[in-house]
Design a protein around this ligand. Structure first.
Ligand SMILES: Nc1nc2c(ncn2[C@@H]2O[C@H](COP(=O)(O)OP(=O)(O)OP(=O)(O)O)[C@@H](O)[C@H]2O)c(=O)[nH]1
Ligand SMILES: *[C@@H]1O[C@H](CO)[C@@H](O)[C@H](O)[C@H]1NC(C)=O
Ligand SMILES: [Mg+2]
Length: 387
C-alpha cells in the first residue's frame, strides 16, 4: 500500500518535473533568441575575419572586377606620383590592379611615361568627353558668374572656380560612364598628394563584394553650408516625387538629426572612395543626379560630389551596404585617418601618429557614424577625441 502510493506520488511528480523542465527550456530558448538577435544587431559592421591577411608567398591572389582611378591634370604629375608610390607600396604592388587616369585635356607624354612606369598594373589614360565637362544648355552663365562672385565675397574656398564646379559635377554624375571605366564594377578613387599609412594586405574590393557592400569610406566630415544652401530642398523634392526611392533600412540618421527633415551636413569624404560603380549606374541614382543637375545647383551654388554621393548612399542603400574602412590609414590635406586601435596600428605597420586621427574629433562625423551603426569604438578612443 505504502510503496504504491509513493510510486504514484513519484510518477505524478515526475510528470510535473518534465512539464517544468519543458517550460524552463522554452523560456531559456526564447531568452537566447532575444539575446542573439540583440547581439547580431549590435555587432560591428564587419567582423575581424574580413581582414584575413593574404599570405602572398603561398596564395594566388584572385583579382576582383576593379580598378584604381584618378582624375587629374598634367600639372598634378608630382602629386599623383606621390600618391601612386604610396598606394603601390602599401597595397597594389601585391595586387597589380589597373589604374585609370582621366583628364579634361589630353595627358602629356611626360605624364603618361612617368605614371606608366610607376603603376604595377596597366595604366590607362582617358580624355573626358567635352559634353561631360561643360555647361548644360539650361545653365544661365551670367547668373552663374554672379553667384560665384557673391560666394567669393563670402570668402568660401573655390568660390570663384569654374573648373572646380565641373570637377564636382563630373565626379557626381559622369566618371562611371567613361569608356575606360565601363568594363569595371569596383573602383578605388585616389587623388594627388594623398598618403596611405598602413599595409593593406587584404583586398578592399573583395571586402565589398564578399559582404555585399556598395560604398566604402575612411573619413567623414561636415560640409560648409554655404556651398549647398538648397541641396537638401532638392533632395526632399526628389523623395517627394519618388516615394519608393529611400531604402527601408537606410542610414538616413547619419545625415539627418530629425529623420530626414533637415540635413546635418555630414558626408563621407569622397577624395577616398572604394565603391561599386553599378550603384552610380543604377536607375535611382541616375534619376537622382538628373534631378539635382536640372536645378543648376552645381553651378549656381557649389555642390560637392561628396555630399551628393553620401546623401545618395545614405538614402538609397541598405545601411549594411556602407562600409567603414577603419584600417586604411589615410591623409588628404589637413585631415588624417590613423587607426588608434593598438593591434591594428602595430600589425598593419602604420606609419602615422595616432594623435593625428580625425575620426573622433569634433568636426568629424565619426562619432555619429559609430553611434548610429551601433559600432563598438576602440577601447582607447577617448584619448583621441576632443570632447
Ligand atoms: N583633370 C582635371 N582634374 C581636376 C581639375 N580640378 C580638380 N581635379 C581633380 O579633382 C580632384 C579634386 O580636386 P582638388 O583640387 O584636389 O579638390 P579638393 O580635394 O576638394 O581640394 P584640395 O584640398 O585642394 O585637394 C583631384 O583628383 C584633382 O586632381 C581639373 O580642372 N581638371
Ligand atoms: C565587370 O563589371 C562590369 C560592370 O558591372 C560588367 O559590365 C562586366 O561584365 C564585369 N566583368 C566581368 C569579367 O565580370
Ligand atoms: Mg584633393
Amino acid at each position: 500500500m505504502m510503496i504504491k502510493s509513493v510510486r504514484q506520488r513519484l510518477r505524478l511528480n515526475s510528470v510535473w518535473v518534465v512539464r517544468l523542465f519543458v517550460a524552463f527550456a522554452a523560456l531559456l530558448a526564447l531568452g537566447n533568441l532575444y539575446y542573439l538577435k540583440r547581439a547580431e544587431y549590435s555587432r560591428p559592421v564587419i567582423q575581424e575575419e574580413t581582414y584575413r591577411v593574404i599570405n602572398l608567398a603561398t596564395e594566388k591572389v584572385p583579382k576582383e572586377n576593379a580598378t584604381i582611378m584618378s582624375l587629374c591634370r598634367n600639372e598634378d604629375l608630382g602629386g599623383i606620383v606621390r600618391s601612386i608610390q604610396n598606394l603601390e607600396d602599401r597595397f597594389n604592388r601585391n595586387f597589380h590592379y589597373d589604374w585609370v587616369f582621366l583628364n579634361n585635356e589630353p595627358f602629356s607624354d611626360e605624364f603618361k611615361d612617368k605614371v606608366s612606369k610607376m603603376v604595377s598594373g596597366e595604366a590607362k589614360f582617358g580624355l573626358i568627353p567635352a559634353e561631360h565637362w561643360s555647361y548644360p544648355d539650361f545653365i544661365d552663365q551670367d547668373k552663374a558668374r554672379e553667384e560665384r562672385n557673391k560666394m567669393a565675397d563670402m570668402g568660401i574656398i573655390y568660390a570663384d572656380s569654374e573648373s572646380y564646379r565641373h570637377m564636382c559635377r563630373y565626379n557626381s554624375g559622369f566618371f562611371y560612364r567613361h569608356p575606360l571605366l565601363q568594363k569595371y564594377r569596383y573602383y578605388w578613387r585616389v587623388e594627388p598628394d594623398v598618403d596611405f599609412y598602413c599595409d593593406v594586405d587584404y583586398d578592399p574590393f573583395s571586402v565589398l563584394r564578399q559582404h555585399n557592400k556598395v560604398y566604402g569610406f575612411t573619413i567623414s566630415i561636415y560640409e560648409f553650408h554655404a556651398t549647398i544652401p538648397t541641396l537638401w530642398d532638392s533632395v526632399k523634392e526628389f523623395l517627394g516625387k519618388n516615394p519608393g526611392a529611400q531604402h527601408k533600412n537606410s542610414l538616413v540618421d547619419f545625415i539627418s538629426d530629425d529623420h530626414g527633415n533637415s540635413y546635418n551636413l555630414c558626408h563621407f569624404w569622397s577624395n577616398f572612395e572604394v565603391a561599386d560603380m553599378d550603384f552610380w549606374r543604377s536607375k535611382v541614382y541616375d534619376d537622382f543626379f538628373k534631378h539635382l543637375d536640372a536645378t543648376g545647383g552645381f553651378f549656381y551654388e557649389r555642390w560637392g560630389d561628396a555630399p551628393v554621393h553620401s546623401i545618395a548612399a545614405a538614402l538609397f542603400l541598405d545601411r549594411d551596404q556602407i562600409h567603414f574602412f577603419d584600417r586604411i590609414g589615410y591623409n588628404h590635406g589637413v585631415y588624417s585617418m590613423c587607426p588608434v586601435d593598438d593591434n591594428v596600428w602595430v600589425n598593419s605597420k602604420c606609419s602615422c601618429d595616432k594623435n593625428s586621427d580625425f575620426t573622433f574629433r569634433g568636426y568629424s562625423c565619426g562619432q555619429r557614424y559609430y553611434k548610429v551603426t551601433n559600432r563598438e569604438k576602440p577601447s582607447n578612443w577617448k584619448q583621441y577625441a576632443d570632447l
